[in-house]
Design a protein around this ligand. Sequence first.
Ligand code: MBD
Ligand code: FE
Length: 274
Amino acid sequence: MAVTDVADQGRIRTVVEELEQVLLEFIRKHQITHSEYRAATDLIIDSIKAGEESLLFDVFFEAEATDVGNLGRECSPEAIEGPFYLPGAPVLTGPLNVMPQRPDEKGEPLLFHGRVTGTDGKPLGGVELDLWHADADGLYSNIHPNIPDYNLRGRFTSEPDGTFRVLTILPPPYEIPKDGPTGTVLRALGRHFFRPAHLHIKLRRRDYEEMTSQLYFQGGEYLDNDVAGAVRDGLVIALHTVDDTTLIAEQGLNRPYTDARYDFVLAPAPAHQA
Ligand code: MBD
Ligand code: FE
């Protein structure tokens, strides 16, 4: 959405004028010099030139905006999208739904599954789930070099009973690039560079509100000190190791895998509400 898409011009004036006031007061309060001001604008320009696009802002501010959006909602909580979503991921063919990956993709197999319902509890089939996450080295395809396009990015559909399943690999914690402008800021603040391991996912069905979620894993590192401050209670899921040979064969695997479940609740789109 562009600023000009905000329908209410009054809203634009209110928030932009207040932001202007807050920053003007800030400049006076901290006696920001002209060269410090230039350093700040250069940082924003450099972050974009470095291909970090929204990384700088997402690390510092996106979680707060999702919290605002989640207030009073009946559906599953939304989470930050982060800077690495890409539309147009390959469509997977069920019922196994195996994420696009290299033949020798590193990492422990992960079976992620669950059920999608509406806020009325009815199962929702035909929901498109658009999943993306880092590889076992903590790198995202189409962002970091030397990874096939759309690796570990895929779209699949919930079954008529609302259930879904997808086979992928368990991502590790993600480290923000240390050598770019965002990394420079984090180092200057004395912060670490890590986000806990996570899956990103978007859910879409015509008559429901699109939602962006992100799921973390119980017992993982950095859950309490995510550099992006985005972990929320309802988004941390349990991991179970499955070593039953029948179940392993059912997934088309030949080694134990990790199982994780999450059930999504979608809100009807405003135009479709009763
Ligand atoms: C990520 O993968 C991410 O989710 C966020 C918010 C920032 C940087 C990398
Ligand atoms: Fe991420």
